[in-house]
Design a protein around this ligand. Structure first.
Ligand code: ZN
Length: 488
């Protein structure tokens, strides 16, 4: 058995003014056939697992590109085409293969390619023919397109948000793909459009129940895998809306029934799946009222959704109000990092922070502060992997509001990105994290309360009013629905 493995992806915020080119791939992840010789990260982890599982069975492994870019705006055509063509040339050189396993995001758009995954998978299918099994693990924030489905054998998406099940889903993809290649199963995909756009956090009890229900459905006779593809709200493409995706064992009829039941279950829960948000002032007041540590997510400036991670709206307001014992993290500000590093630890400086990337970042803030600590090659935990932050700097503000700067653009994943600088999170009344949800697993154990702020930014959680130009599907919450006749 010959197995071909590759990773190519990013999550494209088509509204972002940050171009996604070579520099972003190089900074995030770019390997040419040797990702599994290096430490696993979020999107190379499946490759590590697929290699290990293949070698245990004495399958031959051909490893190709592993490329992932921190989310931003559209990928440059030339960059996408170079990476795609490298995957295809490796595949051509490999000769006949039995299985192609892909670690993809599922919401990647290049300048002239609305559906990069559909394009990549179509090219692969054309090369390998109909007998080879093509299977992919997708981020649950994917836009599943008919082209992707038509040209593949099976998809499995993460089930959890925060994404703490990437490894488990990679195991599942391997088992299903190898089962299909051995002829033990015949995967068939049933996909239904949910006509919904939302952030479906699995820390929400109702969403956790839906995940449990999906697991129950996987125990049904003839059902191999059940996924809920949430979609990525800020990717303006025709297939942005959420989908349910059921893989049956050669039983599309049953797959369709299970998919319809799951879709109804999610639809009925829609009002409970909306995450309430707070204004900046409400959030800051709640922080000062609580006795313990309060974590507030500045969701609109999450680098993981393609936002710049340098907006100053919350910082500026906290300084105006005179809030104390507050930390705001992380500001992507390589210029400020450079200035702080030049000054050195212990130095008192006046520094201009954030507000540099565009109008959605607000105005820069001048901060009188002490450079408390500097850490080169800082990193933070995300699931089973480490993600790089570049050089990180902790600035202690004279007015009682501290910030952390990073030279690499990244969201806040885990408190260890702060403790590696010597920060004790529990010494603050409030920490404002620029992240939508991935911070949750790491910070929940140390937080008295967690809240979500609706501040201005590149990815505001106002789903009814996203300025779509390509999405013609009606969707909730813009329209009340329902958009189909429920099963029962
Ligand atoms: Zn995601």
């Amino acid at each position: 058995m010959k197995v071909f493995i590759a990773c190519l992806g990013t999550e494209t915020n088509t509204f972002s003014n940050l171009p996604t080119g070579w520099k972003t791939f190089e900074e995030t992840m770019l390997f040419y056939g040797d990702a599994t010789d290096n430490e696993p990260n979020t999107f190379s982890l499946p490759l590590h697992i697929w290699r290990k599982r293949s070698e245990e069975r004495n399958y031959e492994v051909i490893e190709s590109v592993a490329a992932f870019a921190q989310p931003g705006g559209k990928t440059l055509d030339s960059v996408y085409e170079d990476l795609r063509d490298k995957v295809l040339s490796d595949l051509r050189s490999a000769g006949e293969v039995d299985i192609v396993l892909l670690s993809l995001h599922g919401a990647m758009t290049a300048e002239s390619y609305e559906d990069c995954e559909g394009d990549l998978i179509s090219c692969i299918r054309q090369l390998v023919g109909d007998q080879t099994v093509i299977a992919a693990e997708l981020d649950l924030h994917c836009s599943v397109t008919p082209r992707m489905v038509e040209k593949s054998n099976l998809f499995v998406t993460f089930k959890l948000y925060p994404h703490t099940d990437i490894g488990a889903r990679a195991e599942e993809v391997f088992d299903l793909a190898s089962g299909a290649a051995l002829g033990a199963i015949t995967p068939k995909m049933s996909v239904l459009d949910c006509h919904m756009i939302n952030k479906f956090r699995t820390s929400n009890p109702e969403m956790a129940d839906i995940v449990a229900y999906m697991r129950e459905l996987e125990n049904e006779e003839g059902i191999l895998s059940v996924s809920f593809a949430h979609g990525f709200p800020w990717q303006d493409v025709p297939h942005t809306t959420a989908k349910v995706l059921v893989v049956s064992d050669d039983n599309e009829e049953k797959g369709n029934v299970v998919a319809a039941g799951l879709r109804d279950r999610i639809w009925k829960a829609r009002d409970q799946l909306v995450q309430p948000t707070l204004s900046i002032d409400e959030a800051l007041s709640l922080i000062s009222e609580n006795s313990g540590l309060t974590i507030m997510a500045d969701v609109a400036d999450n680098a993981g959704g393609g936002a710049p991670s340098d907006s100053t709206f919350v910082l500026a307001r906290a300084l105006e109000r005179g809030d104390q014992k507050l930390l705001v993290a992380y500001f992507w500000d390589p210029v400020a990092v450079r200035i702080a590093v030049e000054a050195g630890e212990g130095q008192s400086i006046l520094i201009r922070v954030g507000g540099k990337t565009g109008p959605s970042s607000g105005m820069p803030v001048d901060l009188q502060c002490t450079v408390e600590s500097i850490k080169e090659d800082a990193s933070q935990t995300f699931g089973d992997t480490k993600t790089p932050m570049g050089t990180a700097v902790w600035l202690r503000g004279n007015a009682g509001v501290d910030v952390v700067l990073t030279s690499k653009r990244t969201q806040v994943f885990h408190p260890d990105g702060m403790t590696c600088l010597g920060i004790d999170p529990s010494s603050y009344k409030g920490i404002v994290v620029k992240s939508s949800q991935h911070f949750y697993a790491g910070f929940e154990p140390i937080a008295e309360q967690i809240g979500y702020i609706n501040a201005p930014g590149d990815i505001p959680p106002d789903f009814a009013n996203i300025a779509f130009t390509k999405l013609s599907n009606p969707f909730w919450p813009k329209e009340p629905g329902p958009f189909w006749a429920p099963v029962d």
